[in-house]
Design a protein around this ligand. Structure first.
Ligand SMILES: *Cc1c(COP(=O)(O)O)cnc(C)c1O
Length: 413
């Protein structure tokens, strides 16, 4: 018989979100009358912009005509869309040949690991989006789980907490490490300043590291002083890959469309081009993003589409403000709860002193019928935190806030 990929046997817990879904299902089965509201998984809820949907619909109908039909396109993506992304987001910082269209940022993050193989050293912000670590475990780079349950032996965890303004101590990172960095951050919402990113880029260049910069939430940045791309930082073109996605700002979580930027100046230790190998990955292991989705992407980046995306993001940001306000209420303040919400990302990251994450998750599910995400699922430093997602219909957010405002917890601080 064939041996199991040891990467899979090394994976400790199930993926976070299936476990949340399991607990929700179990609770719903036992309490059929509970009307459960999810502020858990970061899934978008608001309908697509009509303008963008119509563009996809027109394209799809065109496919049923002789003139409008197309089969495989370029594996790197539709040239017009690559050029549009370059001009909207990367003017003077990256050109179309460095932009690769994909079926989403998560898929790119998984594929990027094939560039570096199973021996690369890995560092992640702690807490972090689970795919960086879990993908590295499957690829073999993360090694085995540590006996004390605090992560994997081959991963350097960089704690990001209120104490360090959610920006990690970089000196913990060894030379030649692949550094995953997400800003605005999922789950903390922290958004790195120009100075912080400059420090990160300088560190990477000096120490032969490559940064995988996940900017899936950059459309949520409302503070004009904060950088929206790592390539706004001088020196980033020799040390960074950026991934981004239409999922959150355009509601494309189901449509599927994202992109990566791999600069021509980025090199491996032997001097060869990372961009060339990435082109190879995209042409051999991927066969191009859906042409219908790409038609939607083009519409999302014209004047009307950009306005519609901004309105959608504003809606979610207002939800975030409502959640934050609720968690600043007297019932929470009294027991030392602190909500962190930057207004530049869709998540409210909340510390419940004295409580374990899964414990508070279960209490909120039981008492408020609200599903959240336990912070410990994002890494050891997430323990005792809960992530509230602002993706939801306004009426659901308001109802969830009403229930949370009535929650009385014992003080453990
Ligand atoms: C949602 C999310 C993504 C999105 O990935 P897609 O595959 O494009 O839907 C990427 N990174 C982070 C941190 C996310 O939260």
């Amino acid at each position: 018989m064939i041996n199991r990929n040891t990467g899979f046997s090394n994976l400790t817990a199930g993926y976070l979100f299936p476990e949340i879904a399991r607990r929700r299902r179990e609770y719903a089965a036992a309490h059929p009358d509970a009307s459960i509201i999810s502020l858990g998984i970061g899934n978008t809820t608001e309908p697509l912009s009509k303008h963008i949907a119509e563009a996809m619909s027109r394209y799809a109908l065109g496919l049923a005509t002789k003139e409008g039909y197309s089969g495989y396109g370029d594996e790197q993506g539709n040239t017009a869309l690559r050029e549009r992304i370059a001009s909207v987001f990367y003017k003077g910082m990256a050109d179309a040949s460095e932009i690769f269209i994909s079926d989403g940022a998560k898929c790119d993050i998984a594929r990027i690991q094939t560039l570096f193989g199973s021996h690369v050293k890995v560092a992640v912000q702690d807490p972090a989006y689970p795919v960086y670590v879990d993908g590295s475990v499957v690829s073999g780079a993360a090694g085995a789980a540590k006996a004390d349950g605090t992560g994997y032996s081959g991963v350097v965890y960089l704690p990001c907490s209120p104490e360090n303004d959610f920006f990690p101590v970089l000196s913990k990172i060894e030379p030649d490490t692949l550094i995953y960095f997400c800003s605005p951050n999922n789950p903390t919402g922290a958004t790195a300043t120009r100075e912080q990113l400059k420090a990160l880029v300088d560190f990477a260049n000096k120490n032969g590291c490559i940064i995988i910069y996940d900017s899936a939430y950059n459309a949520f940045i409302r503070d004009s002083k904060l950088p929206k791309s790592i390539f706004e930082i001088e020196g980033a073109r020799t040390c960074a890959i950026e991934v981004n996605s239409f999922s959150k700002p355009a509601g494309f979580t189901g449509v599927r469309l994202g992109w990566s930027v791999v600069p021509n100046d980025l090199k491996f230790a032997d001097g060869s081009s990372v961009n060339k190998d990435w082109n190879r990955v995209m042409t051999t292991l991927f066969n191009g993003a859906s042409n219908i989705a790409q038609a939607g992407g083009l519409a999302a980046l014209d004047e009307q589409g950009l306005k519609d995306m901004k309105d959608m993001v504003d809606y979610y940001l207002e939800n975030g403000r409502l959640i934050k306000k609720t968690l600043e209420g007297e019932n929470f303040k009294k027991i030392g709860v602190v909500p962190y919400f930057t207004g530049n990302g869709p998540y409210v990251w909340v510390k419940f002193p004295g409580y374990k994450s899964w414990e508070i998750f279960d209490i909120i599910l039981d008492k408020c019928h609200v599903v959240t995400t336990p912070g410990s699922g994002f890494g050891p430093a997430g323990e005792s935190f809960i992530r509230f997602s602002s993706f939801g219909h306004r009426e659901d957010i308001e109802e969830a806030c009403k229930r949370l405002a009535a929650l009385v917890l014992e003080s453990r601080a």
